[in-house]
Design a protein around this ligand. Structure first.
Ligand code: DQA
Length: 146
């Protein structure tokens, strides 16, 4: 049987604390809760997900390169605060042909002005933000249909 297309779901700094981190902004789900639901959704869509989290910018860069090397179908990237600071992530997204979808739980445009700039969004194929954990589900649906 042919292997299923794989979609990387990469999560940046502080997202390991989902569930207890500012739940009024980010919701009550943990990253494991979100990952479990994405796995079920992926199965129904005929794809596989590889969900990872790191607090280190370089890990995210390495995983973007890996996504291309492993011929991943797409990447969902919630880069956390690196979204707003990281030219290295901008360059990594530009450097690979794998489509990258920017994901956020909150809507950064309705928050502090320092969140309005997104280096990730300037390089990504598209952005889904502001729907809480549902942002990931919507992005996975889009990625599976690319
Ligand atoms: C976030 C939004 C970012 O501004 C913030 O730094 C995060 C989470 C989100 O998912 O809403 O860490 O990416």
């Amino acid at each position: 049987m042919a292997e299923k297309p794989v979609i990387y779901v990469l999560n940046g700094p502080n997202l390991n604390l989902l569930g207890t981190r500012e739940p009024e902004i980010y919701g009550a789900d943990t990253l494991d809760d979100i990952a479990g639901r994405l796995e079920d959704q992926a199965q129904a869509l005929g794809v596989a997900v590889d969900v990872r989290q790191s607090n280190h910018e370089g890990h995210l860069v390495d995983w973007l390169h890996e996504a291309q090397a492993m011929e991943a179908k797409a990447v969902l990237l919630n880069a956390g605060a690196f979204t707003h600071t990281s030219i290295a992530l901008y360059d990594a997204i530009k450097a690979i042909k794998t489509p990258v979808i920017e994901v956020h739980l909150s809507n950064p445009h309705t928050r502090e002005s320092f969140r309005h700039k997104s280096y990730v969004g300037e390089a990504a194929k598209g952005t889904i933000a502001g729907f809480g954990a549902l942002s990931y589900a919507l992005a996975l649906d889009a990625a599976a249909k690319l």
